[in-house]
Design a protein around this ligand. Structure first.
Ligand SMILES: Nc1ncnc2c1ncn2[C@@H]1O[C@H](COP(=O)(O)OP(=O)(O)OP(=O)(O)O)[C@@H](O)[C@H]1O
Length: 353
């Protein structure tokens, strides 16, 4: 549906030239929620803005439903852009317009009559749950409600694609969840393809079908979300998953843990027990098998469970545990090999927390 082909975006200025996006190839399928994650400055915003040519790529092609947007005339491009809605981190609402009038804006610009506008805006208000607040101004509603207005406005022209640029980054965790649920509902009910960028793995986990990880302008890893969570291939991805765990552990615990791991490394003695931090990931039936207690028994280890959760990603049970293990180097190595043989994905996190 959306083909990003060999896209490079260079910014030239007096102080030099930056390649914000470098030779990116992505293929986004109709009806999926596709996430792009990366650290600050990785090039996510620049890339997502090439999809509707808010940024015109220095080289490469953006093909939407077999139409290469980079070759269209200004008129044709304007028309194609109506098929692509966009929502933003800071909502970008007009403060002098009510909720209703903000949503109506793209329809006014498209020249619809007042009656036709009402026919489209009323159901959108209903969809995003803002009918009761339609006469309020942006200053009179919460951040989550503002983003709902942003979403309704983006849907006014009945786009095929919705681009989301850090749409939940300015919101608290509970509001973030409710906005993600709304996006999922829209994706399912309207069959809308969503491309979202975020720096939070949590957002990817909750809503995306597939994910691409960016670093320094390049896509360094991509795949089904479940596969990427189970077996991240790249150091940056591992660090982003490590961040999820660090984020979910109380701050005091993370600090004590860092100190403890640093000490274990400094005093490393292969024959004495040392601390190692691991993340274990299980899927499907592995979630309820007693592999961990068996590993502890066989290899004489101490396991301290720091954090654990079972989620559902794409309809499959996905369990993740953060564990501080103590034992001799040999026993730790053997235990982790044993767990891997049982289908548990094991990663050492000492350096990413
Ligand atoms: N208009 C511009 N002119 C010059 N450099 C730019 C421009 N836009 C982005 N950059 C640079 O391109 C790189 C990628 O920026 P981009 O905003 O795409 O990253 P990001 O992954 O979205 O980061 P963040 O999450 O912090 O927004 C950065 O080094 C940035 O400074």
């Amino acid at each position: 549906m959306i083909e990003i082909q060999a896209v490079t975006q260079r910014f030239d200025s007096a102080s030099g030239s930056v390649e914000a996006v470098r030779n990116v190839n992505l293929s986004i399928r109709k009806g999926e929620v596709f996430g792009i994650i990366g650290r600050s400055g990785a090039g996510k915003s620049t890339l997502v803005r090439t999809i509707n040519l808010l940024n015109r790529p220095t080289s490469g092609r953006i093909v939407l439903d077999n139409q290469d947007l980079t070759t269209l005339s200004a008129d044709k491009l304007r028309e194609a852009r109506r098929g692509i809605g966009m929502i933003f981190q800071h909502f970008n609402l007009l403060s002098s317009r009510t909720v209703y009038d903000n949503i109506a804006l793209p329809l006014e610009l498209a020249g619809l009559s007042k009656a036709d506008i009402a026919k489209k805006v009323e159901p959108l208000l209903e969809l995003v749950g803002l009918t009761a607040l339609k006469d309020r101004y942006p200053a009179q509603i919460s951040g989550g409600q503002k983003q709902r207005v942003g979403i309704a406005r983006a849907l006014a022209n009945e786009p095929k694609v919705l681009l989301s640029d850090e749409a939940t980054s300015a919101l608290d965790p509970e509001t973030t969840r409710s906005i993600l649920e709304l996006l999922r509902k829209i994706n399912k009910e309207l069959g809308l393809t969503i491309v979202l960028i975020t720096h939070q793995m949590e957002v990817i986990k909750v809503i995306c079908d597939r994910v691409a990880v960016m670093e320094r302008g390049e896509v360094i890893e991509q795949g089904e979300v479940l596969d990427v969570f189970r077996q991240p291939q790249h150091e940056v991805t591992r660090a982003l998953i490590g961040d999820v765990i660090a984020h979910e552990l109380p701050k005091g615990v993370v600090e004590r843990l860092r100190a403890r791991l640093a000490k274990a490394e400094a005093e490393a003695d292969p024959n004495a027990g040392t601390d190692h931090l691991f993340r274990f990931a299980f899927t499907g039936s592995g979630v309820d098998q007693p592999h961990l207690s068996e590993a502890v028994r066989r290899y004489n280890l101490d396991f301290n469970i720091l954090h654990g959760q079972i989620d559902e990603i794409q309809g499959q049970a996905f369990g993740s545990l953060a564990i501080l293990a103590n034992g001799t180097t040999e026993n730790i190595t053997n235990a982790m090999n044993y767990l891997r043989a049982q289908g548990v994905v094991v990663e050492e996190l000492n350096h990413v927390i």
